[in-house]
Design a protein around this ligand. Structure first.
Ligand code: PHE
Ligand code: ZN
Length: 859
């Protein structure tokens, strides 16, 4: 691929590699500040017209290069090094030095705590040695690690351990071999001292797989859930997709310093410890859920990502969209499918819609990239999964499986494109998906406008759907998409008929007529969030109520209740000092509270107000202050109106001793919502109740529910509970992240000086991404009042911090800037304040490519 002057890469510039590398031997002499890396590659020229070999490399000290054993000189290029006039086939040996201890970007080889570890996706391998750092170059790896034995009793790499031994001066070595050819982004090594949990899994064909989980010393008891989750995921993939594990050993290592969630390196996953460690006292139900889903996600990559990988990084959604979809299916099978789905819909509406309407808008298969790290996005991941889900909807469960079987059979061992995937789906089902392919190349969120009329005389329901996608920052012209639109027809009385189906909207406008509908009816549209689209549809209150009460699908009922509440909030925001709760909401909450015991988690979701972010996405422009105020007012009114109900329900929901088990999880979810309303009641009684709930709690879920409720309402009780909490947990960094986040998210006149205090805390470190995210991430993303202070001081605070963080860890800095570049909906005054700060960044001379790409697009 060529890089143009501006430094952007284009999908259309893709060319296959002129060289292949069949085998790679790597030797690491591991030392803190000077690790010696020897790389021996077997290289073959594929394109005879090519005389030179260009290798990628970054922050490497080159010691020497040999071609077929003869030392050679190379020229240094912007990307790395160039070897001129290379033979058609040769052995290339390269020796480099790297500095793991001072690697704070956490890409390549670095130290996390006391252990050496690597992170090579997307382009970290070039920080280890000079190489063809692109996913379509696949080689077989043999890796020798040499390190001090006492500090690093465990020496791990991909594949199988084939030999080990002692070396001089208290050092030892291990030799690993991975029989499966892989791209370099899947390479990994770990060397360090850990506690280890062992288990085994017997695959469907009877193979025994060794499972090993490595955690920080003293954390064995927190590893059980992750290991159990792994076994569930392995069994599920066999049963659901017929996919069996392929090596004799599967290792997972938990580290504290990690830029992302986890990494699917072949046979040696490396995880952010936050997605591994859990026990009742320190982890919430949400943490347990996340661990199960991330463990599964990385495991599922073994087929969708590793055995079949991406041809180039523009195809990232090939593995990520598909693997997210698979982990979502898994989660739905493990717990409550409706609740899992509701939470995915929230992510799409809160984060992906915002990205799609902001300066970083891109299709799930981007066509232009400046810094690849910026495209590990909600669009590529979550919208990518929605696109796979639509294929699943259009082809049906068995059609989708046929397509998967065809894809795997056709492409095992290859590096392929998103188009290859769709082609396999198409061929296995003889279905024309040519129009559907636009989802891969078109960015933006389609808006579906709905016109629905029931005609008594004809006993007919007519439904008119129109789709439109507004221009986005990256693309001005939009075309109609192939959209599966789920609908459910509901009679206003709740009687028959009930009709559910999926319409295939392929044109800009289509009309559908449903016959034999004798009684007044309405229709719910985009049921189950059947496509990543927005709706322009205002059913009458009575119609929404009918859907809430009578729709057969839980997600549809939830969605309708959220719409009813949203409308009330918008009305509130247009009037000053609204004191009356609308009749419709009175009836809604009365009804919901009455059936709370039947489906506690679903009712909890329905009782909760839509988030500020979700509300924003429903409007062109927002009056931020009015919207925040309206949301608060409505919450307070609901709290007061149903005070007795919240209290009574809360009392009924207490659980026996903690276990992560579905009925308990659902009850805790609902009891947390009750607490959030009770905290709005300014009464001694409710304070007492909160205090007691905190003291009584035997688990992190209930404890955090109390703290969150107090934080949201800014109760003085918050401070005393937080002090107690800190005393209990100050040595536990994962729990302290929760403490940091609670403080950073607090809406408070002094929120900026609070942040300063947090960053001066002894447990805080700018080098640790989890800490940075818990403080600055929470502030920028969720402390809406503090971050968007009218005087712009919140924006300035974030900018000052980004200037510092960018030189330490640009990848994390570029994620944190997100809320500041999505400013188009804000008022002119705030937009101006933001632009001032973006200009400061833009003019900074040593800004990273990561931040530069975002800032430049935002300005
Ligand atoms: N590939 C990882 C996943 O989705 C995410 C990741 C990307 C981790 C880049 C680290 C660096 O599972
Ligand atoms: Zn992934």
């Amino acid at each position: 691929m060529s890089s143009s002057q501006s430094g952007t890469m284009k999908l259309s510039d893709y060319t296959p590699s002129a060289f292949s590398i069949s085998d790679l031997y790597l030797e690491f002499d591991l030392q803190d500040k000077e690790t010696r890396v020897t790389a021996v590659s077997q290289i073959r020229k594929l394109d005879n017209s090519c005389t030179d070999l260009d290798l990628d490399g970054k922050q490497l000290t080159l010691k020497a290069v040999w071609v077929n054993g003869i030392e050679t000189t190379v020229t240094h290029t912007e990307q790395g090094i160039r070897l001129t006039d290379v033979p058609d086939q040769f052995e290339l040996k390269i020796e480099t030095l790297i500095d793991p201890v001072n690697n704070h970007a956490l890409e390549g080889l670095y130290k996390s705590g006391g252990a050496f570890c690597t992170q090579c996706e997307a382009q970290g391998f070039r920080r280890i040695t000079y190489f063809l750092d692109r996913p379509d170059v696949m080689a077989k790896y043999r890796v020798k690690l040499i390190a001090d034995k006492q500090a690093n009793p465990y020496l791990l790499a991909n594949g199988n351990l084939i030999d080990k031994g002692e070396a001089e001066q208290g050092r030892h070595w291990a030799l690993w071999e991975d029989p499966f050819p892989k791209p370099c982004y899947l390479f990994a090594l770990v060397a360090g001292d850990f506690d280890k949990l062992d288990d085994t899994f017997t695959t469907c064909s009877g193979k025994q797989v060794k499972l090993q989980l490595f955690v920080d010393k003293g954390n064995v008891s927190r590893g059980r859930h992750a290991l159990d989750s792994l076994k569930k995921a392995m069994a599920w993939d066999e049963q659901k997709y017929g996919l069996e594990y392929d090596l004799d050993i599967y290792m997972v290592v938990a580290v504290d310093f990690f830029n992302m969630g986890a990494m699917e390196n072949k046979g040696l996953n490396i995880f952010n410890s936050k997605y591994v460690l859990a026990d009742a006292a320190s982890a919430t139900d949400q943490d347990y859920f996340n661990i199960e889903s991330v463990i599964a996600h990385e495991y599922f990559h073994n087929w969708t990502g590793n055995r079949i990988t991406c041809r180039d990084w523009f195809q990232l959604s090939l593995k990520e969209g598909l693997t997210v979809f698979r982990d979502q299916q898994f989660s739905a099978d493990m717990a409550s499918a409706a609740i899992v789905r509701i939470n995915q819909v929230k992510i799409m509406r809160e984060h992906q819609f915002a990205e799609d309407s902001g300066p970083m808008a891109h299709p799930i298969r981007p066509s232009e990239v400046m810094e690849m790290n910026n495209f590990y996005s909600v669009t590529v991941y979550d919208k990518g999964a929605e696109v796979i889900r639509m294929l699943h909807t259009l082809l049906g469960e068995s059609g989708f499986r046929r397509g998967m079987d065809c894809y795997i059979e056709r492409h095992d061992g290859q590096a392929v494109t998103c188009d290859d995937f769709v082609q396999a789906m198409e061929d296995a089902n003889q279905k024309d998906l040519s129009l559907f392919r636009r989802w891969y190349s078109q960015s933006g969120t389609p808006v579906i406008s709905v016109n629905c009329q029931w005609h008594q005389s004809q006993q007919q329901l007519r439904l008119e759907l129109t789709q439109n996608t507004a221009p986005t920052a990256d693309q001005s012209i939009k075309q109609p998409l192939h959209i599966p639109v789920g609908i459910e027809i509901v009679t206003l009385s709740g009687g028959e008929p009930k009709i559910s189906e999926v319409l295939s909207l392929t044109e800009q406008k289509q009309t559908y007529v449903f016959e034999n509908i004798p009684s007044p009816s309405t229709v719910a549209v985009l049921t189950g969030f059947s496509a990543p689209a927005k709706l322009n549809y205002q059913p009458a209150e009575a119609e929404l109520m009918a859907v809430i009460l009578h729709a057969s699908d839980a997600v549809t009922r939830w969605d309708a209740s959220q719409q009813l509440i949203s409308e009330a909030i918008f009305k509130f925001s247009q009037r000053d000092n609204e004191k009356e709760l609308p009749e419709s909401l009175k009836r809604l909450f009365q009804g919901l509270l009455g059936q709370a015991h039947t489906e506690p988690a679903l009712i909890a979701e329905m009782l909760e107000l839509p988030s500020f972010e979700t509300l924003s996405q429903q409007q062109e422009k927002i009056d931020l202050d009015a919207l925040l105020k309206a949301r608060k007012q409505l919450k307070a009114l609901l709290a007061v109106n149903f005070a007795e109900h919240w209290r009574a329900l809360f009392e009924k929901l207490s659980n026996s001793a903690y276990s992560y088990e579905q009925t308990q999880v659902e009850r805790r979810r609902l009891s947390g919502v009750c607490l959030s309303y009770l905290a709005c009641l300014d009464s001694d009684e409710s304070l007492e109740l909160l205090q007691q709930a905190y003291e009584k709690s035997d688990n992190m879920t209930d404890t955090l529910a109390v703290l969150k409720a107090c934080q949201a309402e800014n109760l003085p009780l918050f401070d005393s509970l937080m002090q107690d909490f800190e005393q209990k947990w100050h040595d536990d960094s994962l729990v302290m992240d929760k403490w940091f986040a609670l403080h950073a998210g607090r809406q408070h006149p002094q929120s900026l000086s609070n942040l300063q205090l947090l960053m001066a805390h002894s447990r805080y470190s700018i080098n640790n991404p989890n800490r940075v995210r818990s403080v600055m991430g929470t502030f920028a993303f969720y402390n809406t009042e503090g971050f968007h202070r009218r005087d712009g001081s919140g924006y300035k605070f974030l900018t000052d911090y980004l200037l510092e963080l960018d030189s330490v860890n640009p990848q994390v800095a570029a994620r944190l800037i997100t809320p500041m570049i999505q400013y188009a909906k804000l008022d002119e005054h705030r937009q101006h304040q933001i632009r001032l700060q973006l200009l400061r960044l833009f003019e900074h001379k040593t800004l990273s490519r990561d931040l530069y790409e975002k800032v430049q697009k935002a300005l």
